[in-house]
Design a protein around this ligand. Structure first.
Ligand SMILES: C[S@@+](CC[C@H](N)C(=O)[O-])C[C@H]1O[C@@H](n2cnc3c(N)ncnc32)[C@H](O)[C@@H]1O
Length: 274
């Protein structure tokens, strides 16, 4: 159930917009990142991989919270890594950066680590290959902690009375169909959500034991939702044939008369042992 690789993560403008977003709305990615660090129970001086580290949201949390931590920030995108590197400042000696795909993570490391943490990203990678690579880099007893948004996992969250109003993404799709003659084609993604039992089986096949799952709530607000939609990589999968400028015109039209939903975002976090 992974997204087809998006070239947008390789784009400098996308990286700058993502980075600006995480600074303006630190709770959106910082909240789930903090939750992963809470769950990992890291000892001082732990050696930790921040997998798909992006611009370094989770790395910053590790440096703030874990005395003597050594971080290896791994990401497939050079522009994201370049920004992450700029943000560590005085902690530069505690972090090394590697450009690598998560599913070939082991090729980027020279020795085992105590933990691999992955915030808001596992679905971009083929999970069986990713889990096998994580297992190869963890020391025996090491911990792997990652999260998935509510919509991407089933069997964790109880059903919730829904908000029937169309989401902003759905309004963008409707606008593209009505105003731009867009004919959506089915996306070649594998099925999602993934059921937690299937996730456990995939982990177990990689000899990782799922020991705990926990939910993290992040307050939702219209301003951050709209700003998130302006990060190129997030509207590309909704409206693949349109360039960024057109997608933003469609967003403006979809926002007209839109009554924002203020539901919280929810993440399911998973703790696994090697
Ligand atoms: C939503 S961002 C999350 C970034 C960061 N973990 C955070 O909390 O802000 C997803 C990240 O996954 C990275 N990514 C996508 N596919 C990847 C892959 N196959 N291997 C490693 N990183 C990947 C992207 O470059 C991007 O930095």
């Amino acid at each position: 159930m992974h997204e087809p690789p998006s070239t947008a993560w390789q784009d400098s403008d996308n990286a700058l917009r993502y980075d600006a977003f995480t600074r303006r709305f630190p709770h959106v990615y910082g909240g789930p990142a903090r939750h992963l660090v809470d769950l990992a129970g890291l000892s001082p001086d732990a050696r930790v991989v921040d997998l798909a580290c992006g611009t370094g949201v989770l790395t910053a949390e590790l440096l703030r919270r874990v005395p003597g931590v050594r971080v290896v920030g791994v990401d497939a995108s050079d522009p994201m890594l370049a920004l992450a590197r700029q943000h560590v400042g005085a902690h530069a000696d505690a972090v090394t950066w590697r450009r690598a795909a998560g599913e070939t993570l082991d090729a980027a490391l020279d020795r085992p680590v105590d933990a691999v943490l992955c915030n808001a990203a596992v679905w971009y990678m083929p999970m069986p290959e990713l889990f096998a690579a994580v297992k190869r880099v963890l020391r025996p007893g090491g911990v792997f902690v990652f999260n998935l948004p509510r919509a991407y996992v089933s069997g964790v969250f109880p059903a919730e009375a829904g908000d029937d109003r169309p989401s902003l993404a759905l309004r963008m799709l409707a606008t593209a169909i009505l105003d731009h003659d867009y004919v959506p084609t089915p996306r070649p993604t594998a099925t999602r959500p993934v059921h937690v039992d299937a996730l456990r089986q995939m982990l177990s096949a990689a000899r990782l034991e799922l020991t705990r799952q926990a939910v993290c709530d992040v307050a939702g607000d219209p301003a951050s939702h709209e700003a998130w939609m302006r990060i190129p990589v997030f509207t590309e999968p909704i409206l693949p044939p349109f360039d960024y400028a057109t997608r933003m015109r469609i967003l403006e039209a979809a926002l007209s008369g839109f009554v924002p939903q203020t539901r919280r975002a929810q993440w399911a976090a998973f703790v696994c042992r090697a």
